[in-house]
Design a protein around this ligand. Structure first.
Ligand code: PMP
Length: 442
């Protein structure tokens, strides 16, 4: 049913849109007014198949009743509770449930409100942890090219996206970047983890030699880089990074903001790859995208170091007004119930081979130079085109939206990350729509 929302976008000045060129948007506004299951409804009454889980976050599908009801119940009961020196039952309950879900001894959870905040929090905990152990020279952080860690100053410093960094001054000092692992020449059309590239982890040894381990606090990487184009870690790569960190007493942080909560067919990528980090940052799927929330998971040794300081100390000088917000906690608990009751992580694992075969059927379609996938994530890379203001992938996004399909794009890459409730027929539809559109993009 069309409504009159479209008239509100005639004046774009008040809403300065994130990561969006307002001027371009005005020419073709894309306004979503409701959502259910796998579909959005637009302001002109069209159904759009969500092949992106919103922004990689709506893992259980849209407007799920148990989550909606839990939020409604909570807001009517306890709307807000201070997070400092106070608490409420939901925060303790959700933290326990999350700790149970996490692998190994990632048993303590620090709540934040976005992935960006989680990243800044993890970096601060890493540096403070070393200091609390009397190892205060360990302050340097190592990120990776083509890493995306949100938009806080910490996140853009360790992240590796030039456009997100170059406008914003000198950023965090003491940061190095590992090379990214994307190599089409060697790994094009890999299914699952690519064969080549584990040796790129050796660069970490070079950086350690350069600065000395005694000055390095942590390495932060996305176990699978999502927003910069679905870069799947080569076989053996994460294991090597883990071993080098262990050898030198460097903490390893996995940014699981995208990979957490079932995306790869397991609760976390750490489990999928069998590599346990010292901290994990998570967000997005933690509440199924319903309410902003994020969480940093820390291993016992880190938590204990803070808790074993002098008795009158505040253990960590860090926190947010909305850390562990009661409504977000209620949404989180209901979301975890849905994931568990519907077996959605296993569903993602079971659907992955079908998704893989469907995606790779696009090999040979015009402009497609690589396809890669893991769990329910796919990346389709298109030939770059020179001399046009927009990439082919973005034009594909615009045409797909008109055809009733929502995808994500970054540069020349199309990223697919559907809600884990997707049906095979909907996977077919995504692929058929792209097969039709791609040849029409010049
Ligand atoms: N880390 C990763 C790996 C992400 O993918 C994102 C968001 N796409 C973030 C951090 C930032 O999260 P937010 O946008 O919630 O700040």
């Amino acid at each position: 049913m069309p409504d009159d929302t479209r008239s509100t976008v005639n004046n774009l000045r008040p809403f300065w849109m994130p990561f969006t060129a307002n001027r371009q948007f005005k020419a073709a506004p894309r306004i979503l007014v409701s959502a259910e299951g796998m579909y959005y409804t637009t302001d002109d009454g069209r159904q759009v198949l969500d092949a992106a889980a919103g922004l990689w976050c709506v893992n259980a599908g849209h407007s799920r009743k148990p989550i909606v009801e839990a939020v409604q119940k909570q807001v009517a009961k306890l709307d807000y509770a201070p997070a400092f020196q106070m608490g409420h039952p939901g925060a303790f309950e959700l933290a326990s449930r999350l700790a149970q879900l996490a692998p190994a001894d990632l048993n303590s959870v620090f709540f934040c409100n976005s992935g960006s905040e989680a990243v800044d929090t993890a970096l601060k905990i890493a540096i403070a942890y070393h200091r609390a152990r009397g190892d205060g020279t360990r302050t340097r952080i190592i990120g990776r090219e083509r890493g995306y860690h949100g938009v806080g100053f910490g996140g853009i410093s360790v992240g590796g996206i030039v456009t997100n960094r170059k406008w914003f001054g000198s950023l965090l000092t003491g940061v190095d970047h590992l090379p990214h692992t994307h190599d089409i020449a060697k790994n094009a059309f890999s299914k699952g983890q690519p064969e080549h590239g584990a040796n790129l982890a050796d660069e970490l040894e070079r950086i350690v030699t350069l600065h000395d381990a005694s000055n390095i606090a942590a390495v932060i990487v996305e176990p699978m880089a999502g927003s910069t184009g679905v870069l799947i870690p080569p076989k053996g790569y994460l294991e090597k990074i883990r071993a080098i960190c262990d050898k030198h007493g460097i903490l390893l942080i996995f940014d699981e903001v995208i990979t957490g909560f079932g995306r790869l067919g397991s609760a976390f990528a750490a489990e999928k790859f069998g590599v346990i980090p010292d901290m994990m940052t998570t967000a997005k799927g933690i509440t199924n995208g319903v309410i902003p929330m994020a969480a940093v998971f820390a291993r016992d040794g880190i938590y204990d170091t803070f808790m074993n300081g002098p008795d009158n100390a505040i253990e960590l000088f860090h926190g947010y007004t909305y850390s562990g917000h009661p409504i977000a906690c209620a949404a989180g608990l209901a979301t975890l119930d849905v994931y568990r009751d519907e077996g959605l992580f296993q569903r993602a694992a079971d659907l992955a081979p079908y998704f893989e075969a469907a995606l790779h059927s696009l090999k040979g379609v015009k402009h497609v130079i690589d396809i890669r996938n893991l769990g329910l994530v796919g990346g389709i890379e298109l030939e770059p085109r020179a001399g046009k203001p927009t990439a082919r992938a973005f034009e594909t996004f615009l045409k797909a939206y008109e055809a009733g399909l929502m995808i994500r794009t970054t540069g020349d890459i199309i990223a697919l990350s559907p809600p884990l409730i997707i049906e095979k027929s909907e996977i077919d539809r995504i692929v058929e729509t792209l097969a039709k559109i791609l040849p029409t993009v010049e």
